[in-house]
Write a protein that binds this ligand. Structure first.
Ligand code: HEM
Length: 413
């Protein structure tokens, strides 16, 4: 039985059972009300300031010179503290880089992610979605997460990097093992650290080979652009492209999967009026997709390290302290969202922090929006009914959340 916290004392954010079967939202509600900036020093991992209100979270994200990403954006549990080799990404992709290096690094590929550049990918995304949904239509019963919500974003991210199609499934599996590292179902071995180390070695080993090919023969893909990039007057080492490849894979897959499944399909099934409204009027898709991301808030926490003393919400913090902002909490802050626990596909405005804010604002935001729009457009055009045929299951994680299984029956029109 999992504890649903009732008081501040009951809250332990290392309790992953709470994230799987309990309600972390109960914890965030208590914290927002009673102690929005709270020193969390519970058994299970490193101590950190836990930040739950929208305004405070935005302040942290908007000030990268005080709140640094360079020592890791994921909180470290006891297991990772005891096994640092398994926790640390050896190379620093842009998401783990602070100013002044961060923006020039981001600019090596950011022109590929503008709304105009992404709009050109629509036909390609639609064709992956069509292939995937044609298979689902043949089978009728599917695991919406593995068969649809995960496969479509994986195809896009890997194709942008120029990874050949026969490697997509394996790399998507490795990404699960690396990002969702506390979920035993994704381990290749019995032990978390062996599985994680093997996954990282295989994934980065593969990307290293691919990048070496791009060094010898550059193409049009994202990795070739990093290989040819320069930051602050220095050419980038080829390892930088390997680091960015890992980030693009990790950044784009589990997040878009969580938004489509936990944020989209599941709440649509439990709110049939909203599903009906969306099916009847596909022009609601852009606002629906924004609500999917607010609802799921796939990146559950973003950790930072203080480079100097600072005050947030009247609480004094010291240089060297670690902190985490909880985006599902910020995105249900009553002070910013009227009726925040209502799933509303027409919610406007909907300025959530699901894609973060400021310096590290998600580079893939337009790609994620278009992927989710096309995925649901094709789903609603092709199928006339959607039924749950088993229990939805949550991923065991307090970092990138979402569902791992959503068994469904889809009935074609
Ligand atoms: C619904 C889907 C997505 C969500 C919710 C999401 C969320 C986020 C968040 C919260 C951050 C900031 C993390 C931090 O500040 O520490 C971020 C950064 C990033 N995301 Fe996304 N993301 C999504 C999809 C994608 C996609 C499809 C891609 C590309 C294939 C992508 C690539 C990136 C990259 C490269 C960064 C780092 C940007 C930087 O450091 O400047 N994301 N994303």
């Amino acid at each position: 039985m999992t504890l649903i916290p009732e008081t501040l004392d009951d809250i332990n954010y290392w309790d992953l059972d709470m994230f799987v079967t309990g309600s972390p939202h109960a914890a965030w509600c208590i914290q927002r009300e009673q102690s929005p900036v709270w020193w969390h020093d519970k058994p299970g991992g490193e101590p950190f300031w836990s930040i739950t209100r929208f305004d405070d979270c935005r302040t942290v994200l908007g000030d990268p010179r005080t709140f640094s990403s360079a020592s890791g954006i994921m909180l470290l549990d006891d297991n990772l503290l005891a096994n640092p080799g398994a926790s640390v990404d050896d190379f620093q992709p842009m998401i783990l880089t602070d100013p002044p290096r961060h923006q020039p690094l981001r600019r090596t590929i950011s022109h590929n992610f503008t709304p105009r550049a992404i709009a050109k990918l629509e036909q390609e995304i639609r064709s992956y979605a069509e292939d995937c949904l044609a298979e689902a239509a043949d089978r009728r019963e599917v695991d919406f997460v593995a068969d649809i919500a995960h496969r479509i974003p994986a195809a896009i991210a890997l194709s942008l990097m120029g990874v050949p199609r026969d490697r997509w499934d394996r790399l998507a599996e490795l990404e699960h093992q690396a990002v969702t590292r506390n979920e035993p179902e994704f381990w290749d071995t019995e032990d978390q650290n062996t599985s994680l180390a093997a996954a990282q070695m295989e994934m980065y080993g593969y990307f290293a080979e691919l990048v070496q090919q791009r060094v010898a023969e550059p193409g049009e893909d994202l990795l070739s652009q990093v290989v040819q990039g320069e930051v602050l007057g220095e050419p980038l080492p080829w390892m930088q492209a390997v680091a960015e490849a890992g980030l693009l894979l990790a950044g784009g897959l589990d997040t878009t999967r969580a938004a489509g499944s936990e944020g989209g399909m599941l709440p649509l099934l439990s709110h049939p009026d909203q599903l009906e409204a969306l099916s009847a009027d596909l022009s609601l898709l852009p606002s629906a997709v924004e609500e999917f991301v607010r609802w799921a808030s796939p990146v559950t926490h973003e950790a930072r390290t203080l480079l100097e003393d600072a005050e947030i919400g009247g609480t004094q913090m010291r240089a060297g302290d670690r902190l985490a902002i909880w985006s599902p909490s910020a995105n249900r802050d009553e002070a910013h969202f009227p009726d925040p626990y209502r799933f509303d596909i027409t919610r406007t405005p909907n300025r959530h922090l699901g894609y973060a804010y400021g310096e590290h604002y998600c580079l893939g935001v337009h790609l994620a929006r278009l992927t989710l729009k096309v995925e649901f457009e094709e789903l609603l055009k092709r199928f006339k009914s959607f039924e749950l045929v088993g229990e939805p299951q949550k991923v065991r994680s307090n970092f990138v959340g979402g569902l791992k299984h959503l068994p469904m029956r889809l009935t074609p029109r």
